[in-house]
Design a protein around this ligand. Structure first.
Ligand SMILES: Cc1cc2nc3c(=O)[nH]c(=O)nc-3n(C[C@H](O)[C@H](O)[C@H](O)COP(=O)(O)O)c2cc1C
Length: 330
């Protein structure tokens, strides 16, 4: 539901236009030096409005530590971090209420929660909830300073030239999707708990929880289905397990093999396209033309790399704690 992880365990809460959103992190080792400033660079990368194609909604996103930090260090007890919602414009969503947005969660949420859900700004389904996840990810990254975790957008609208891909959306007055690639270096051999908690399984679980993610592939991914085994196999070159090629993407048998961890995500086009659409009005029972108001990302993928890095860090910190690669007291 809203919690994830075994030792390094997060619980998220809040709604896009409610008072606040936030996260509680349990299982963070004691003694980690931590200030709100440590979280700011990643929080800054997640914000909208800084680059073309992202939402003009501006929030300060200043982390407020509520528990789990004492004398500038983690205590080993749950860390709760709040972010206030200050820049909301709920009237856009009241007008849209009778026509659930196609591709968004409005219709299913209404069926499942009987109209009790807070629909403003997408409520609990909003990517605003990823703010807390990015904060927790920054803490996980700080715990694993020997690792580098880097995600980037590699394609927009099928174009490797990102500017060109985005321009296609702007010219068409429509939204577009993209591909994000993530690479992790410095991982030890032996992380992952097969059968069901292989690295691929656990990472995929949390990656698919990022709103708008529709596909995940590791290493050669879907292209592996077209290769010969002799071509796909990664020959082992030395006692550290370094392989000549890396079609496996750093994971074999669900366990890290010490090579670079590589995976890619397919992100769908933003459902809230500026283009006119036709869909059901649940007040009248008829379909009608409408266009979505409000502030939206033209290409969701642009803001997602730091979120991908965060969830990857959360999963890896959990595996590292399970494998006792990170101590309970630092
Ligand atoms: C960083 C980020 C920003 C997003 N911004 C928007 C947005 O402005 N408008 C929108 O309709 N969807 C946006 N989404 C996607 C929706 O939250 C998502 O499509 C919706 O909750 C339905 O979930 P699903 O696409 O996973 O099925 C965003 C997602 C992410 C990761």
């Amino acid at each position: 539901m809203n919690s994830f992880g075994r030792i390094f365990r997060i619980s998220i809460f809040g709604e896009s236009h409610g008072e606040c959103i936030g996260i509680t992190i349990d299982g963070c080792p004691a003694g980690l030096l931590l200030t709100p400033e440590d979280l700011l660079p990643d929080l800054e990368r997640r914000k909208g409005g800084k680059q073309k194609g992202t939402t003009p909604r501006q929030e300060e996103d200043l982390p407020i530590f509520k528990s789990g930090i004492f004398n500038g260090k983690t205590t080993g007890f749950p860390i709760t971090i709040l972010f206030e919602n200050k820049n909301t414009r709920s009237e856009d969503y009241n007008k849209q209420r009778s026509i659930p947005r196609p591709g968004h969660a409005d219709w299913v949420a209404h069926q499942k929660f009987g109209g009790n859900e807070d629909y403003r700004g997408g409520g609990h389904f909003s990517a605003r909830l990823t703010t807390g996840i990015v904060a927790a990810g920054a803490i996980a990254k700080k715990l694993m300073s020997d690792l580098t975790i880097q995600a980037e957008v590699t394609e927009i609208a099928g174009e490797k030239d990102l500017e060109k891909g985005l321009q296609r959306a702007i010219d068409a007055k429509d939204s577009v999707g993209g591909i994000i690639e993530c690479r992790v270096n410095g991982l030890p051999v032996g992380l992952g708990e097969p059968y069901f908690d292989s690295i691929e399984s656990v990472l995929s679980h949390i990656l698919f929880a990022i709103p708008a993610v529709k596909g995940v592939e590791f290493g050669a991914g879907f292209a592996a289905s077209k290769m010969f085994g002799s071509e796909h196999n990664d020959a082992i070159e030395n006692m550290e397990g370094k392989t000549r090629t890396n079609h496996a993407g750093g994971i074999v048998g669900g366990i890290s093999n010490g090579n670079e961890l590589i995976f890619r995500l397919a992100v769908k086009p933003t459902s809230s396209t500026p283009k006119e659409q036709n869909s059901l009005n649940w007040d009248t029972g008829n379909t009608e033309d409408f266009s979505i108001k409000g502030r939206h990302d033209l290409c969701v993928a642009l803001r997602a790399p730091v979120i991908v890095e965060a969830v990857t860090a959360l999963v890896l910190a959990d595996f590292m704690l399970l494998e006792q690669k990170i101590k309970r007291i630092l």
